[in-house]
Design a protein around this ligand. Structure first.
Ligand code: FE2
Length: 279
């Protein structure tokens, strides 16, 4: 019945967000996230760095336009498309100009548009600051419904769950490849984006990012700390629209292990110090 998303090895390739002032936001990402910003069309800007891409459309602040996952090759993308069809999920056209024309999109239960495709051309940009785009985290009124969609229907692997004392699901970490999570979902009182994350890989690169942010008087809003699930080191800043941006390192590599359960507790969110509890 086609490959599961996890079998395609899909990785988060780029995301597109909306902003009431896309030009200003593009300038922010250009300087803060070491990306080159370009106006693509009226009301649309792209920001491109080394293995990190962001599209910004004129629209409402803090709204995801779409998230785009790159499959390893056309065969794996077609296998995933077959599975999606068999699951009875509507196949939509992909709005991404970074993918080949045969890319497709689907809408998740919260209306988030998710594209799957194969990268068009290669990214040869060099940068002083290393951190590829790596995961996107949603806020949702109904985490169980999101897990049912991404895990049961698309075939993401469920790496970890965070549970309230009564067993209710607070957070789910799901992956489409070997990385601990490429999508996560926090229980919240709204549907939308929680944050997006760039994986620096090594603690010393987080130091370099912090020094870089300091030169621009951008203060950390959370961290440094270490998450329980994923065991990754982290810092957070926020952009001009107050979207949360994470720089991560040492994210767990997951290979065929069972799903782990964690208690909804401050030490689960941050082993080192202050936790930002979502629900
Ligand atoms: Fe994260």
């Amino acid at each position: 019945m086609g490959k599961t998303a996890a079998q395609t090895g899909a990785y988060l390739h780029h995301i597109a967000i909306e902003s009431e002032n896309p030009e200003n936001l593009a300038k922010f990402y250009s300087s803060a996230m070491d990306m080159k910003s370009t106006q693509l069309s009226d009301g649309c800007w792209t920001c491109v760095g080394a293995r990190r891409k962001l599209v910004i459309f004129n629209g409402s602040n803090n709204k995801l336009s779409y998230a785009a996952f790159a499959c390893q090759n056309k065969a794996s993308m077609e296998a995933l498309r077959s599975r999606v069809k068999l699951q009875g999920i509507n196949i939509l056209s992909s709005p991404s100009h970074y993918f080949h024309d045969d890319a497709f999109a689907i809408s998740d239960p919260n209306g988030n548009l998710i594209c799957f495709g194969v990268e068009e051309g290669s990214d040869a940009i060099n940068a002083n600051l290393h951190a590829p785009l790596q995961h996107l985290t949603f806020a949702s009124l109904d985490v169980e419904m999101m897990v049912d969609f991404y895990v049961e229907k698309l075939g993401f692997s469920l790496s970890d769950r965070v549970l309230h004392e009564n067993g209710d699901l607070a957070t789910a970490f799901m992956t489409s490849n070997h990385e601990h999570h490429t999508i996560a979902c926090f229980k919240a009182d709204y549907n939308g984006i929680d944050h997006h994350s760039y994986e620096a890989g090594d603690w010393m690169y987080i130091r370099d990012w912090c020094d870089h942010f300091a030169t621009q008087d951008i203060q950390l809003i959370w961290g440094p700390g270490r998450h329980g699930p994923g065991n990754n080191l982290f810092i957070f800043i926020e952009d001009l629209d107050r979207n949360w941006i994470e720089i991560s390192a040492e994210l767990e590599v997951v290979v065929d292990r069972p799903t782990l359960d964690w208690p909804q507790h401050p030490r689960t969110l941050n082993k080192w110090g202050r936790a930002i509890m979502r629900s």
